[in-house]
Ligand binder design. Sequence first.
Ligand SMILES: [Zn+2]
Length: 342
Amino acid sequence: MSIFVWRLLSNRVHVDTKLQWRKIELASKCYCCPTTPGIESLQHLFVNGVGAARVWSFFDQWFAGGSYPLKPKDTIPERLEGWAKRTNQQKKTHMSRITPCLIVWFLWAERNRCRHNEADFRPQNVIWQTQLHIKKLIDSGQLGTNQRRGVVSPLTIVPALSERRQAQLVMPLKWHPPDPPWIKLNTASWLSEGSGQARGGGIIRDHYGQLLCAFSVPLLVASSLEASAKTVRIGLSEAKELGTQIWIETNDPRVASLVKTRSFGPADSRHEMARLFLLQKGCSTRITSIGSVLNKAAKCLAKLQCDPTEHCRFNSHTAPRIVKAIVRLEQMGVPYLREEDE
Ligand SMILES: [Zn+2]
């Protein structure tokens, strides 16, 4: 990390403008501004781009009362030196010197994550990682009270981290293919409370992640639980045509738990659950539930724009384009990012 900061101060970090200056043809577009991307310069990425500005102003609160205000025109060395002097502490290992280095380091890490994963830049990620690193330094005794003198009690912010972690940490998630000879069935369903209209979708893939069969069917159901159970049951009967070891992944944790405990559940699901248990005979199954991010293909099928009474069945050639695209991405192991509010 110190090497990185040194490279940054000596203008040796390869952002787009730097590469352009070296006559490498490149259309520069920053990753840190979601609505109006700017040209990615060192100044933009590390000081005054939307992402950087948010991160600096967050940590600015920790050093409230410091003599050095945030100025958008700060150069990077000015920013680092200014912050180092904020609390008038001489120690080289004081938090006022460490924090800005961590900020630029994690800004750079976030920028690279976005560039390589085609992901959105999240200032919150940078803030979170910087806080976590500081917390680690404190926990391991490398950042004692002397080195935190003059800092407006970051500890009131840091301990809250574990609770905030779940909501704020953006984790890459991947759809996992089954191990051979298993096949995997993903199902999703929805029920409109207003119209009572419901539809279920499912997709069956092999261990290469290749689409074997997909379906989208109207459901006559009284509850969302029944809709989920019915979709799993329809999917399982399709899957049994294709294999005998079937991994079921449903959008509904209630169905997964009913299957695991072999219970029929409330009145509205009893009938479907009984049929599902009968179908399980003659094949091996396992069942898990999954959040909607990793169940995109099944969700698209359940939400398919078509005649509401139409039963649709697809193979790898006839599947809707969006489903084929999702299958291809998941086959390549491209990760998704969990939305912050999920
Ligand atoms: Zn930007």
